[in-house]
Design a protein around this ligand. Structure first.
Ligand SMILES: [Zn+2]
Length: 552
């Protein structure tokens, strides 16, 4: 382990030179993704979850796991307290476990690492794997079918252990009320399911608002309380780990970015090869060779899988008159009769497959942020631009029991540019017909926030959209320029520690249109520039967490 720690420290202190980049690249250690057992082991905590202080984040004891969190809150572990315990263990040379701490962490010499701060929870092991129930001959939607779980057998129910990967179990958990919609009312544990389903929606959301965390905390406490009430024998340490999420999200950022799910998938591949080859002499060499050969084969078969651009499938030229009359009418607003139009079956845009009948979230309505769904009818290209023709779906209501939105077709067609498809929800959805009513499964999403920086960089077109009246526009621009000049004065008085924010504000208010444009193009989901993240986290107005944050 020392070799690994030395290498990681070298990356942080000396960095590496990459030939195609002119400058040296330095790294910062943030956190280690692992399951609970591994995290406790590398952190120097006890490796036992059925006694003592089993949690690496707080000082709860195994006996206290049944105490409702509305009656008590557990003291979080701190650096200082942890180091004191380590001191006691090492100076007295005792082999005992004190408050769940056994020994030094494996990574004690790693710069930026501390056992109490660098081991975030893993949603895959805390939630998806615990989800278990029965299944039937349910027809899964196109997007859910890639995670379709295997049928659950009778003996698996006896042992409360269903087969399948974490993604398959999560898929089944989400679809559970749809699959069993006819009997769900008779389930005594439905309130427990509903509350856990809501927690899942929050912790799998991307991005997450900081303002949601207080509510999430209440939900987790209530879930913990209900588990004690309904299923006291099943209150395992994992139930406690769920209650740690609000605090962890604040500390480590999005849980999905700290999830082990991709590493587990890789591990499964290696385990299968190891089992099949019966090589006991040098298994590592075999695993490495097989893995490299597989990568070569995959990249040879599908070279485009590494390119971030668009992949068009089965594109053909269409005559405008072949399309339905409402579609023609809509297109006439954007193209000329003489323009050639192409249609394709599906588009893979940034690794996301869009096809006819896919449902996307097109807009959020009102302050309640009710999603406006639309269903794709055509994928067309005109004037060298791909766009979709979709039908808007009226959002009737949110059904708590099915944890889905009830929708109906509106007959209203709209044109959406392919680049705008995933502005709100970063993937497509399936629609399910339940008792002749259509439902969309849906996770929490976040609308665009206008924070201080956005206000400064707002372009003329956007201002015209927000303020259609000239009088309002002039007033807004006047007030904004006053605000910017005030800010600049304040910035000049500030010391160098606010350098990043300062630089952005000045850049934004400068006359150069080009600089404004390039700043405006920053995408909160994919922006690789760490400085914009620093601005976000420093800004009081912006409460969205979009990344796994680095500990400061
Ligand atoms: Zn804890």
């Amino acid at each position: 382990m020392n070799v690994l720690v030395e290498d990681l420290n070298l990356l942080q202190t000396e960095g590496i030179s990459v030939p195609c980049l002119s400058s040296r690249v330095y790294f910062v250690f943030s956190s280690i993704c692992d399951d609970n057992l591994a995290a406790n082991e590398v952190g120097g905590f006890q490796r036992n979850f059925s006694t003592g202080n089993f949690c690496r984040h707080c000082l709860i004891t195994y006996e206290q796991r049944h105490i409702s969190l509305s009656d008590i809150s557990f003291v979080p572990r701190t650096r200082w307290q942890h180091d004191m315990i380590i001191d006691r263990i090492t100076t007295n040379n005792i082999r005992a476990t004190i408050q769940g701490v056994n020994n030094y962490s494996w990574f004690k010499d790693l710069i930026g690492f501390h056992p109490t701060e660098s081991l975030p929870p893993d949603i895959m092991h805390d939630t998806a794997e615990e989800i278990e129930r029965r299944t039937s001959s349910f027809v899964y939607g196109y997007y859910d079918s890639s995670n379709k779980p295997p049928p659950i057998k009778k003996q698996q129910l006896t042992y409360s252990n269903i087969a399948g990967s974490a993604s398959q179990k999560l898929c089944f958990f989400r679809l559970f009320p749809i699959v069993f919609h006819d009997v769900i009312d008779q389930l005594t544990l439905l309130p427990l399911y509903t509350i856990f389903r809501e927690i899942i929606s929050y912790i799998y959301a991307n991005p997450i608002r900081k303002s949601w965390l207080a509510y999430l905390d209440e939900l987790c406490k209530q879930f913990h309380f209900m588990m004690i009430e309904f299923l006291p024998d099943n209150v395992t340490p994992k139930v406690h780990f769920i209650t740690e999420y609000p605090r962890s999200i604040e500390k480590y950022g999005l849980p999905i970015l700290n999830s082990c799910i991709r590493f587990e998938a890789k591990h499964l591949f290696f385990k299968q090869i190891a089992n099949r080859t019966f090589n006991f002499k040098n298994p590592l060499l075999t695993l490495l060779k097989r893995h490299q050969l597989r990568r070569c084969l995959l990249s040879d078969l599908n070279p485009s899988s590494y390119s971030p651009s668009m992949i068009i499938r089965s594109s053909k030229s269409v005559d405008l008159f072949e399309l339905a009359i409402p579609v023609q009418r809509l297109l006439n607003q954007y193209i000329n009769q003489a323009d050639s139009v192409f249609e394709c079956n599906s588009i893979v845009y940034h690794h996301k497959n869009i096809r006819a009948k896919s449902v996307i979230v097109h807009d959020l309505a009102h302050t309640e942020e009710i999603p406006i769904f639309c269903q794709v009818h055509h994928l067309l290209n005109a004037k060298d631009k791909w766009f979709i023709i979709a039908e808007e779906l009226n959002t009737i209501s949110f059904n708590d029991k099915l944890w889905s939105y009830e929708v109906e077709f509106s007959g209203k067609l709209i044109k959406i540019d392919i680049e705008k498809c995933f502005d709100i929800l970063p993937h497509c959805l399936d629609t399910y017909l339940v008792e002749q009513t259509r439902y969309n499964l849906y996770f929490c999403v976040l609308d665009e926030d206008i924070d201080g920086e956005t206000l400064v960089l707002l372009q003329n077109n956007d201002i015209m959209n927000i303020f259609p009246r000239i009088k309002d526009r002039v007033k807004f621009i006047d007030l904004r320029s006053k605000m910017i000049s005030n800010l600049n004065e304040q910035d000049e008085n500030n010391d160098e520690s606010t350098g990043v924010l300062n630089e952005n504000t000045i850049r934004g208010s400068s006359v150069s249109n080009e600089a404004q444009q390039s700043n405006n193009d920053i995408d909160p989901m994919t922006d690789p520039d760490p400085s914009s993240n620093i601005v976000c986290s420093d800004d009081d107005n912006d409460d969205a967490l979009t990344k796994a944050t680095l500990p400061i």
